[in-house]
Design a protein around this ligand. Sequence first.
Ligand SMILES: [Zn+2]
Length: 322
Amino acid sequence: MNTVIGFDIGGTKIGIGVGDESGKILGMVSIPNVDTDPNDILPLMVSEAKRLCKEAHVEIADCPAFGISAPFPADALKGIMTEPPNNPKWRNVPVLDYLRSNLGIPGCFENDANCGALAEWFFGAGRNCRDFIYLTMSTGIGGGLICAGKLVRGGRALSAGELGHVCIQLDGRLCGCGQRGCYEAYCGGRALALRMREELKDKPESMIMQLAGNDPEKIDMIVLEKAVRAGDPYALALWDEMSLRNAQAFGIFINAFNPEKLVLGTMAWAIGDLYPAPILKQLPRFCWKEPREACQIVPSELKRQIGAYAGIAAAVNYLKEH
Ligand SMILES: [Zn+2]
């Protein structure tokens, strides 16, 4: 069985892992990535990967590939991190070329949502599916598409799977991407928090403000969930609207792709049944019965571990494609 190396480049930490194609992790380390300089971090990524391989008694030269999971914006074709929002010193860094020449093995570079989909496909809830969709459901909403047994990257912009930016409302709420009416502007964790802060900042008596200790900056999805469970009318109305918008987007994806599964990340597994239940109730309004009944909507199986598998899954997929 092949052993591969995975790099999961996040805004605050970088995970480096060595694992095999069955999903067995042979070694794993995490290095901080706050305010770092790529000139320091890239050599460290190489030396840590080499150390993990040595400890796992694997020769680097025997690893057929490595995979990089990276946040966008990036030049995915060339494997260059152009301007990751949380890492100001990382500008136009050719990560893929650097790792290729310093590890001496082939590798690939994928966006982190695609890697999430690949990780669930090989090692999690999407196992044995030929058609499935993974949605990150976190501060933003990212997506990864597996269609007919292949990761779909799209054409020149390589932007297939940007499901959070499907427009679901004409002239709707402003999204972080600059477009109006995006799905993410209604259901992304950051967008919902900003909306609550704006709507409640002058309402200290509201349950959400009280749960946040009267500090609008502390309003987030966790506070919203608590208020919903406590039956607060504002929170319930917002939850209903979020669920309706989620259903609208899921309906689009289900009719467009007829997936076997829709695998939901972060919020869905962290919140539990309160999250999908109202969406499922609304879903018949937004898609056909046949593809709806053919699609299982399930939480991520890898949950918090998904990052550990992201780069490894990208490498496994690289081997599958080459
Ligand atoms: Zn958008």
